[in-house]
Design a binder for this molecule. Structure first.
Ligand code: NAD
Length: 331
């Protein structure tokens, strides 16, 4: 039995996480869940939305699957999702974007993987109000973090049998910061002669992904471009309802869907569980439960392709739990 920390989250989180957990169990994966709660619901009890025992559980189990957690806008606590990545040094954000038959999208047969640096760039939080009319934010890029993320992208490409890595930047304008990222990417690329390497300026990359996404494979990007381009890639294959992700550190991985907690749909048994299910597939792949991962992916793809028992966003009328039942029936 493999112990995995399970954070149901809030909003639609508990419903989609439950759907995913039932499917994983039906597929026979040998997992013992350690359920941990975080977010606004534990604030009163523990005085913090991210109690230490949640972090301890993830550190001990090394693997966690979570549902989305709401971040209050403007005031209140900072994002738990960002705090988790920081506390556990989850430096790589992996977001596969793969076409599924039956999902409305502009393209077919897309199979892209976005590798986003998760710890620095404009997300380092070095920001200040200079005076009433001026604010500034520091774009921090280091050789260490750039090397780590580029090496991760190449190792991933090699391990998963991918052919090409594209580094994305704006080094023509940001000569020092993105210049450093590009310099490091080129250097790391030399250690992987079996993987093709190229670089693209981020604005051109956005246009090319819309016009000819099929020529790309693995993309590696600093944090902010990674955030934007990965949503673009999710859009190419049908949007947030089907986009999984993994946050990866040296020895800890936290898996979560790309989308948020969609509070307006809380408790309505309405939203699409696919992003959470595919997140579960990523996790199973990571812990070596290949057979369960493959079967769940195929069953989910078949239910979506058939189009009978799918949620509203996929053109159907099924609820979250009915769609999960349909996937289980297919397994
Ligand atoms: P959101 O992704 O929660 O929802 C945006 C819209 O996308 C929804 O209104 C809904 O129409 C659609 N949608 C999202 N998930 C869906 C699903 N599974 N099936 C069908 N439709 C779906 O984005 P938001 O409204 O900007 O954010 C809501 C909250 O989630 C915020 O508090 C935000 O901070 C948080 N958030 C958390 C995470 C995370 O936990 N990693 C990620 C993003 C946002």
């Amino acid at each position: 039995m493999r112990r995995v920390t399970l954070i149901p989250g809030d909003g639609i989180g508990p419903e989609i996480v439950e759907a995913c957990r039932r499917i994983i169990e039906a597929a026979g994966a040998k997992i013992e869940w350690e359920v941990q709660r975080a977010g606004a619901e534990v604030m009163e009890e523990y005085g913090t939305p991210l109690p230490t025992h949640v972090l301890d559980s993830i550190r001990a189990n090394k693997v966690a699957m979570k549902g989305p957690i709401t971040t209050p806008v403007g005031s209140g606590f900072r994002s738990i999702n960002v705090a988790l990545r920081k506390e556990l040094d989850l430096y790589a954000n992996l977001r596969p974007a793969r076409s599924m038959e039956g999902v409305r999208s502009p393209y077919k047969d897309i199979d892209l993987v976005v590798v986003r640096e998760n710890t620095e760039d404009l997300y380092a939080g070095i920001e200040r109000q200079v005076d009433e009319d001026t604010a500034e934010s520091v774009k921090l890029i280091t050789r260490g973090a750039s090397e780590r993320i580029c090496r991760f992208a190449f190792e991933y490409a090699r391990r998963e049998g991918r052919r090409k890595v594209t580094a994305v930047h704006k080094a023509n304008i940001l000569k020092f910061t993105d210049g450093l990222f590009l310099e490091v990417a080129r250097k790391v690329a030399q250690e992987y002669p079996d993987i093709e390497f190229e670089d693209r300026i981020v604005d051109n990359m956005a246009m090319q992904l819309v016009q000819k996404p099929h020529i790309y494979d693995v993309l590696v990007l600093p944090n902010l471009y990674g955030d934007i381009i990965s949503d673009l890639c999710a859009g190419l294959v049908g949007g947030l309802g089907v986009a999984p992700s993994a946050n990866i550190g040296e020895d800890i991985q936290v898996f979560e869907p790309v989308h948020g907690s969609a509070p307006k749909y809380t408790g309505m048994n309405k939203v699409n569980p696919t992003a959470q299910i595919l997140t579960g597939v990523l996790m199973l792949h990571h812990i070596g439960e290949e057979e369960a991962a493959r079967r769940i992916y195929q069953a989910t793809a078949a239910v979506i392709a058939e189009g009978k028992t799918v949620t509203y966003d996929l053109g159907g009328e099924a609820g979250t739990s009915e769609m999960a039942d349909a996937v289980i029936a297919r397994l």
